[in-house]
Design a protein around this ligand. Sequence first.
Ligand SMILES: *[C@@H]1O[C@H](CO)[C@@H](O)[C@H](O)[C@H]1NC(C)=O
Ligand SMILES: *[C@@H]1O[C@H](CO)[C@@H](O)[C@H](O)[C@H]1NC(C)=O
Length: 258
Amino acid sequence: MEILAFNTVFWNIIKTLLILFLFSILYDWVQMFLWKRKYKIKGPFPVPVFGNLLTYIMAPGADHQRKRIEKYGDVFGGPSASVKVLNVANIELLKKIMIKDHVEFQNRFVFPGAFDPPPADKTLLTMEDEVWKRVRSIITPSFSAGKLKQTSRVDLLQLMLNAELQDDENESKITKRLSAEELTGQMFIVIVAGYETTASLLQYVAYVLATNPDVQDKLIAEIDKCISEDVSELKYDVIQDMPYLDQVINETLRIFLY
Ligand SMILES: *[C@@H]1O[C@H](CO)[C@@H](O)[C@H](O)[C@H]1NC(C)=O
Ligand SMILES: *[C@@H]1O[C@H](CO)[C@@H](O)[C@H](O)[C@H]1NC(C)=O
């Protein structure tokens, strides 16, 4: 008898949990539609739990994205699992988001754990709100055209070290300086974003030049004309004055790395 009673209670609990679970899924699903209706967001039909995530996984890449833009317009979206996503392909709106109103859009979506362990998490990509604002305002001057022009061998690390908090300085200066962890985090991003991208581009440029000897000859002629024998004299301004080099790089980017 007792075992039977226990069984009944057990199954009732399971049933209740199951109903609650299904109800929460349904509730989330309805919320997805309410959100889309509230902001008049067009986009693929969201399914329970996943939203539009499966659409993007099954049809990834630029070509599929272009088709979706044709179908839904230049602003569309929907929830991808628990994250609300808006795709913007409107150039005026993008200018506002990235330049004019960028302060409103400073935080990035970061996959949990993508920037572990510390101090890799102390980069501009992962920092938020006030911390982001502070660090950005400190390191932006390190990358200004003026600073880059001053020296032929730019030592970014030195520029940032100048902004590092000295141990003997007290907290009142912390607003204008970087902590050691923050400094390390910024160098990490410089390596990932700076070296890897440049290295890939140079590989493609080398390939393009090797397969187009006429372009290579023309480029060599331009470089020989602009740069004297002494390579240590190579300055930022000199490189700015090489239109053909600029064209070769732009065209390589256009072909391979859209
Ligand atoms: C911190 O530095 C400021 C200016 O350098 C000074 O006026 C202040 O007394 C210092 N505070 C402490 C706690 O040392
Ligand atoms: C190469 O692209 C940059 C960035 O879009 C542009 O400012 C520059 O004028 C282009 N150079 C040439 C030679 O078209």
